[in-house]
Design a protein around this ligand. Structure first.
Ligand code: NAP
Length: 331
């Protein structure tokens, strides 16, 4: 029988609720402990999801010998210290996206996982959902011929709060690291690391990028046109144009959604996926499968993929003039 993994959640916020909900769908997962900066918040979350333990500090969670895997769901700027805390206490880690603020932090995190021989993965959940698998399959089996152009966006009008995580630079706010990252992930996944990058940002009053638009030139002349916005609603759809047709991952494309294959005069094919939960169970399942198999990284979204993503985000930031206080902090 498969091992039952005891999960801990660090930072019981918005996304942690969805993750905890989906963990219940997995028979080999037990939500065992919650770590919060407030014991009261940890306690409330733990009782809502039937977790045994509630801790009023992240350290206590990381040091609990019963915990096998920690899901880190704090703000971007805390991913680096929180991951190191867990890895240095012998825990496998699934850490929310973006894995870090920059490549420098990411490299230290990966090196720590390697040194401690612990499983570590970025929670790039889109990579593991059925609609994305379908898109990859259609690309790889040649359904649209060779890819020529990728157009992808992620836009929504967020409620403005200068102190909230989306607009506060001290928390790693801005569109690129929060939502623009998804179109960048898609382009890298389908067309590889770009040879050339152009990017523009619209910097708002809190000095974070409220909009970021990006163009990539990949090998074989493939072009990606990508954008994200926190100040306007949009399609949040992805279209992959090929020599024989196109694939559209329908809105909201980064979540479990549907996929259309459209080729010339042929009747379009529509693939829909009626799955339980929000879709976070697939990444959690992948973590446990990898640990069962004794590997430290996922073959679907491994360490090099995370490094490529954050390095590309660094380059986009350089082009678009997006900076964070964490960029100048020593590690
Ligand atoms: N995969 C996805 O679909 C998805 C969706 C949304 C967000 N995310 C990612 O998940 C992370 C968290 O986002 P969220 O929307 O869940 O954030 P959130 O609701 O604000 O919650 C984040 C948690 O971080 C903890 N925290 C630690 N230090 C903090 C500080 N100085 N100020 C405020 N909170 C602090 C808080 O928990 P305690 O104070 O109780 O410890 C808080 O509940 C982000 O990195 C984001 O990119 C991913």
């Amino acid at each position: 029988m498969n091992k039952i993994y005891k999960w801990g959640i660090m930072g019981p916020g918005t996304i942690a609720h969805k993750f905890a909900n989906d963990l219940k769908l997995l028979p080999n997962a037990q939500l065992y402990a919650i770590g919060s900066r407030s014991l009261e918040r940890a306690g409330k979350f733990a009782s809502r999801y039937d977790a045994e333990k509630a801790y009023g500090s992240y350290e206590e969670l990381a040091k609990d010998p019963e915990v096998d895997i920690v899901y880190i769901a704090t703000h971007h700027v805390y991913h680096y210290p929180n991951t190191l805390l867990c890895l240095n206490n012998g825990k496998a880690v699934l850490c929310e996206k973006p894995l870090a603020i920059n490549q420098k932090q990411c490299s230290v995190m990966l090196e720590t996982a390697r040194k401690n021989k612990l499983f570590f993965m970025e929670a790039l959940w889109t990579r593991f959902i059925p609609s994305f698998h379908k898109c990859k399959e259609l690309v790889e089996n040649g359904s649209i011929g060779g890819i020529k152009l990728i157009v992808s966006d992620f836009c929504f009008k967020a409620k403005f709060d200068k102190d909230g995580r989306l607009f506060n630079p001290m928390l790693g706010g801005g569109s690129l690291l929060d939502i623009g990252l998804y179109p960048v992930f898609l382009a890298l996944e389908l067309a590889g690391v770009p040879l050339d990058i152009e990017a523009f940002a619209s910097i708002g009053e809190t000095r974070v990028d409220e909009i970021c638009s990006i163009q990539f030139k990949h090998t074989n002349g493939i072009i990606s046109v990508l954008f994200g916005s926190l100040v306007s609603n949009g399609r949040t759809e992805s279209i992959i144009h090929g020599t024989k047709g196109l694939i559209r991952i329908n809105s909201q494309w980064h979540t479990p959604s549907s996929v259309d294959l459209i080729r010339g005069d042929e009747k379009p094919l529509h693939y829909s996926f009626d799955e339980p939960g929000f879709g976070y169970q697939y990444e959690a399942e992948e973590v446990m499968k990898c640990i069962d198999n004794g590997v430290l990284e996922s073959s679907l979204f491994g360490w090099q993929k995370s490094l490529d993503l954050i390095s590309t985000l660094d380059k986009i930031r350089e082009k678009a003039g997006i900076y964070y206080p964490s960029d100048v902090e020593s590690l």
